[in-house]
Design a protein around this ligand. Structure first.
Ligand code: GDP
Length: 479
């Protein structure tokens, strides 16, 4: 709880700031999640809703009439790509709305928010401002943090151990075969380095496509960002030779590149971006995993546990301490909640909560507040009911994307349908009774094709529980 002294301190510093106009607090919000979890949509919705004062009764500053407005501002660091908000919004609100391109690399955006503070001194200081810096980055990149504590030999031993496991056989086969053909002690050369890196990357990609081992580092091998093809990504694990390793050997070359990857790619990302975040939202495509069955859910849990480990590495490994900052709040969000009827939204939250609590059982977050929420950044469906055999079933109504299939019907991307998506179980432990997945009808829908406008003429993006998410992430900074 804040004390009088704290309050006075804040009041005085705010008065001083107001007098000089110099200091605006900055909230750095990280938005992450594995590929296609919904980061791009979440951020586009976030920015648009703040810029236009969207329909957000659950966002306290707006509901209490204290939110004055927001504008986009120049990001202080000109070397980081800017989140392509305008482009993404144009895709979603054009004549034929389509989903924009997903996150491939880190990007940032700054919003300046103006609001009336609740504090007693607000009457003296007038409206307050807050910089909201949004940092979008692939969750895959978080898988790399443990590498900072591992030498090339240690990492290689781990990676090869995994690749040699019987259940990695099909995916890892070509890489293991190639390893057998190349002597790590031969002279360093780019051809072999590239062949090994290509085979290793292929193995990681195929493992991910097949669902299994979706969490193998290095994360940039899965999502290289701007580094595709660069030497820092042209390495692979090698067995440690028994003999002396010459400085001009292939082994030494790949070891050097692994170290360069850590120094020039991983460390700067954690130091300059991750360690500076104040709050974090982790987006999770829970429904897609549920729809795909128990193996996909188990994989998702493993992936989440690797991602979540980053938020506490500093506590356990002193080597990693400088790269981890204590984030005080993490929101877990099950995205695309518009794929199920609202009667399932609470259940979806409970399921996600179970997934992340299992995943973070070892990772007790000392002092970190967490919450799980089911949301849709952009709602692509409406709700309705159908009668079937004397029973009334809750449905969702939307237009499946071209190429989506269900029960032998292929959709053309133009036809609206009413779909009974299935019910999520009340108790998460009954998710996979008898090993069978819950029956879910999960189809990708086109984004909403007609959108309302508010009294200012701005497009209104429909959402689900998005305002609550925003309130949890930023509401108290606007108090
Ligand atoms: P990321 O940037 O890779 O995390 O993912 P995106 O934000 O690009 O989302 C991937 C895909 O998921 C989109 O192209 C949409 O098809 C779908 N999607 C994301 N958010 C929503 C949502 O709120 N509702 C619906 N129906 N689909 C969504």
């Amino acid at each position: 709880p804040t004390t009088i002294v704290d309050e006075l301190g804040i009041a005085l510093s705010n008065l001083a700031d107001a007098a000089t106009g110099a200091f605006t607090p900055t909230l750095r919000l990280g938005v992450t999640g594995l590929s296609r979890a919904g980061k791009t949509i979440f951020i586009t919705a976030l920015v648009h809703n703040l810029l236009t004062g969207g329909r957000m009764p659950g966002f306290a500053p707006l509901a209490e009439g204290r939110f004055i407005g927001a504008r986009l501002a120049e990001y202080p660091d000109a070397t980081i790509p800017r989140f392509a908000y305008e482009q993404h919004l144009a895709a979603l609100t054009g004549k034929t709305p389509f989903w924009p391109e997903s996150t491939r690399r880190i990007s940032q955006l700054r919003l300046v928010l103006k609001f009336q503070s609740r504090h007693w001194y607000a009457g003296i200081t007038g409206p307050s401002t807050l910089n909201l810096d949004i940092v979008d980055y692939p969750g895959e990149w978080l898988l790399d943090l443990p590498l900072l504590g591992l030498s090339f030999a240690e990492w290689s031993a781990e990676a090869l151990d995994r690749a040699n496991r019987p259940d990695s056989g099909k995916e890892a086969g070509p890489f293991i075969t190639l390893l057998g053909e190349i002597d790590p002690l031969k002279n360093a050369n780019d051809v072999d380095a590239e062949r090994l890196a290509a085979a290793f990357t292929d193995y990681l990609r195929r493992s991910r496509e097949h669902g299994a081992l979706s969490t193998l580092p290095p994360g940039r091998f899965l999502l290289p960002g701007d580094l595709e093809g660069s030497p820092a990504l042209t390495f692979a694990p090698l067995p440690r030779p028994q003999q002396h390793v010459r400085g001009n050997s292939l082994y030494a070359m790949l070891e050097g590149r692994y170290e360069a990857y850590k120094d020039q790619v991983v460390r700067p990302f954690f130091r300059d971006h991750f360690a500076r975040l104040d709050r974090q939202v982790v987006l999770v495509d829970t429904l897609r995993a549920l729809n795909a069955g128990p193996t996909a859910v188990a994989d998702l849990e493993t992936a989440l546990s690797a991602v979540l480990a980053c938020f506490r590495q500093g506590e356990t490994n002193p080597l990693l301490r400088p790269f981890v900052r204590k984030i005080d709040r993490i929101l877990f969000a099950a995205t695309k909640a518009d794929h199920v009827h609202h009667t399932s939204h609470d259940r979806l939250e409970i399921i996600l909560n179970r997934l992340v609590s299992n995943a973070s059982k070892r990772a007790r977050f000392a002092g970190v507040e967490t919450k799980s929420i089911a949301l849709a950044g952009i709602r692509a469906t409406r709700e309705g009911t159908i009668s079937e055999g004397g029973e009334t079933l809750p449905t969702i109504i939307g237009t499946p994307m071209a190429g989506e299939m269900l029960d032998g019907t292929a959709y053309d991307g133009k036809t609206e349908i009413a779909l009974f998506p299935g019910d999520l179980p009340e108790r998460p432990d009954s998710l996979f009774e008898d090993g069978r997945p819950v029956e879910l009808n999960f189809l990708r829908f086109t984004p909403p094709q007609t959108l309302d406008r508010n009294t200012n003429g701005d497009v209104v993006l429909p959402h689900i529980r998005f305002d609550r998410a925003l309130d949890y992430l930023a509401g108290d900074w606007l108090a």
